[in-house]
Design a protein around this ligand. Structure first.
Ligand code: UN1
Length: 501
């Protein structure tokens, strides 16, 4: 399907060739995909007000009915998986398999929340007073601002959106300015689902595309009780104080610096596969990408050359071709950051393998690179810094305790894994003295999490949790209720008040 027809199928035909403010280029070849109008801060304000009105209606719709809307949306996604996955690839540059995987992740979370909509349970709690009952009830919170990144232009948004909708909260979505088309296509698909559902207000989902002004409007608005933002740690540092100032709730999903401990007892062929997918997949542009390989010194001389050999033969190029494993970086800035990191690594004693630009003649306006492996003597400053590119730092260890210490000695705490067949090592890694990350895996790489679990990490990774498990609770307001069905008024803590008067 050519680009124009693809945009038409996804309801974006009107954007082709128009002339407003934001040019959207494909990282595959730098070609112009479409032009998109930027939202002004006045329009953002209006969107917030519409979402607020929608909240008044939506919060009164029973949760299982709200779930039915997500079922319709999941059907639209299933129906358009191929087209939407292709658009993800065109606009973001990840290989088609991963573009399709991203849409599947949306379908999975949409299916998950259909069931969840019947399980927004509260507790009943034993009261200390006779003939009293205590319980917890969960209520819709209000319109939610979702700020999503370029690297998962739709899946990460959908984790938030799906939960918000069944919890009774409208969403205002600010997608990355690097990937607005995928977002607009998804809004069109959601509107189709909405048109089949009579009880839903039209403003359940608002989209704003813009820079600082429009982001600031969302962050500062007292009408958005929760802001969920995914991006770099620097972005988190900027936005968190603004939301905290007005006591807004925040879900932050920020940078990762994910490690793998590779031990002598590991199944090395499994480990190799896991390293390839997690270090070079998505061209190293996942927050869960593998960035540090902490390898036992006895394995280094045999394993590292094998890994380098595999890196040599990786097919880099057009992400729409099914033999390609590594597509382009998102833009020139990403390429420069990668080169700066490699230079810094060399200055800090590293030996760099790969990392150079390739296919420059064929694609002069795109940035394809060879994934890099960097052998480091120790875990220096650059290794402790997240660079959003395919760079794998390799550091060796002698004792398991040192490996664990090194593993946790970075500012980030998102995802982690160990490859071992030693039960003690595996269990220690998962224990309170083990990995300090929000995600800790055994014999699985750090990337590619399923939606059923809570996703997110601690330290500079932001502390937020999204997707499955009980993450829905952050999108709701909890009330503790005490009901007295006796004919007296006993006070808690045994207090006697005014009884001697
Ligand atoms: C991200 O890169 O921000 O676990 C999210 C994973 C994907 C999500 C990554 N399911 O790698």
């Amino acid at each position: 399907m050519d680009k124009e027809s693809l945009l038409k199928v996804l309801g974006l035909g009107h954007l082709v060739g128009k002339n407003p403010s934001l040019d959207v280029h494909s990282p595959i070849d730098g070609a112009l995909l479409a032009k998109v109008t930027l939202t002004t801060s006045q329009e953002t304000q209006e969107a917030i007000h519409r979402a607020l009105e929608a909240f008044e209606i939506w919060r009164a719709v029973p949760a299982p009915k709200r779930g039915m809307l997500m079922r319709l949306f999941a059907d639209e996604l299933r129906h358009h998986k191929e087209a939407l996955g292709t658009l993800v690839t065109l606009e973001n540059g990840k290989i088609l398999q991963e573009g399709l995987g991203e849409v599947q992740e949306m379908i999975d979370i949409a299916d998950f929340v259909v069931g969840l909509s019947r399980q927004l349970y509260g507790l009943t709690i034993a009261s200390e007073r006779p003939a009293h009952k205590m319980l917890e009830t969960w209520h819709p919170l209000g319109p939610i601002g979702v700020i999503s990144p370029f690297n998962f232009p739709v899946a990460v948004w959908c984790w938030n959106f799906a939960l918000a909708i069944v919890c009774g909260d409208p969403v205002i979505w600010k997608p990355s300015e690097k990937t607005p088309l995928t977002a607009l296509a998804v809004v069109t698909l959601f509107k189709r689902a909405l048109s089949k559902f009579s009880e839903a207000p039209p403003s359940l989902l608002e989209i704003v595309i813009g820079g600082k002004d429009c982001t600031l409007k969302l962050l500062e608005s007292p009408h958005l009780p929760l802001i969920s933002a995914t991006g770099s740690t620097n972005m988190g540092r900027t936005i968190a104080p603004i939301v905290a100032q007005r006591f807004g709730r925040l879900i932050l999903e920020l940078g990762g610096n994910n490690g793998m401990i590779l031990t002598p007892s590991a199944d090395l062929s499994l480990a190799l596969k896991a390293i390839l997918f997690s270090a070079i997949g998505t061209a190293g542009q996942r927050c869960t990408s593998l960035r540090r390989l902490i390898i036992h010194e006895s394995l280094l001389d045999t394993f590292l050359p094998k890994l380098q050999k595999h890196y040599q033969s990786i097919k880099i190029g057009d992400p729409l071709k099914d033999t390609t494993l590594v597509g382009p970086l998102i833009d020139e800035h990403a390429f420069e950051k990668m080169q700066q990191a490699l230079q810094a690594a060399q200055q800090q004693g590293g030996t760099v393998f790969g990392g150079e630009r390739v296919l420059e003649e064929e694609y002069p306006r795109a940035y394809y690179v060879k994934p890099a492996i960097v052998r480091m003597p120790t875990q220096t400053d650059i290794v402790k810094t997240e660079t959003f590119a395919p760079i794998l730092y390799v550091i060796s260890y002698k004792n398991f305790a040192d490996a664990l210490e090194m593993h946790n000695d970075v500012p980030q705490g998102l995802s982690s894994c160990i490859f071992t067949n030693d039960l003690r090592e595996a269990e220690l890694f998962l224990s309170s003295q083990g990995s300090d990350c929000g995600i800790a895996n055994v014999n699985i790489g750090p990337s590619g999490a399923e939606i059923g679990g809570a996703f997110g990490g601690d330290k500079e990774s932001g502390g937020g949790r999204e997707a499955g498990s009980d993450c829905w609770k952050t999108y709701m307001r909890r009330a503790t209720n005490t009901i007295n069905f006796s004919s007296s008024l006993p006070l808690a803590q045994g207090i006697k008040f005014g009884e001697n008067n």
